[in-house]
Design a binder for this molecule. Sequence first.
Ligand code: 5RP
Length: 226
Amino acid sequence: MTQDELKQAVAREAIRYVVDGEIIGVGTGSTANFFIDELAKIKDRIQGAVASSEATAARLASHGIRVFDLNAVDSLAVYIDGADEIDASGAMIKGGGAALTREKIVASVARQFVCIADGSKLVEVLGSFALPVEVIPMARASVMRALSALGGQPRLRLQKGSDQPLITDNGGEILDVAGLRISDPVGLETQIDHIVGVVASGLFARRGANVCLLGTPEGVKTLRFA
Ligand code: 5RP
């Protein structure tokens, strides 16, 4: 099976976690896009969705799924999104698609986080994938120094084919921090959150996944976390 077929398989399986009559939180990225396409098939069963990025909002709307502003919603039954890495405790690295801050915000309002990922995303220790951190642009250099002091090698993410910084939906910039072997995801998330100028990190540990649907050649495996 190709990686896209594995992503499609978990996207299909995730429909089982959609609660009828509710508003669904929807993530960003290629796996989330497959999920949105599946959600479109049952769109009459839900009120609509809250999007974690402008790209996701546009894709939801293109399918005729109503997009709600998060401020108009008290709680979400479920948030469904991909990940760049996930460990055996349900802690994740996210933000490969630069949407980590809104993903974290929408996930924080959801009662359940369902991670959908192909099997390559399951790791023993987080950190081989450079950790994305969103920063306020004027704090870029000072945050880079602080992240280096934590043992990482931060690099400013650029727009594809350009020497200009990539700008997020929130007007922030992304630092991708290589060289971290994250043995204490909760502790590191808290340390990075305390750096002045950081908007959010792509470490989702304090609020990790409740369930991970993992696509493997043998079928979709369901991992549940405490
Ligand atoms: C976007 C994300 C994505 O969930 C993550 O990058 C995984 O993407 P994909 O499903 O394309 O592998 O965090 O900010």
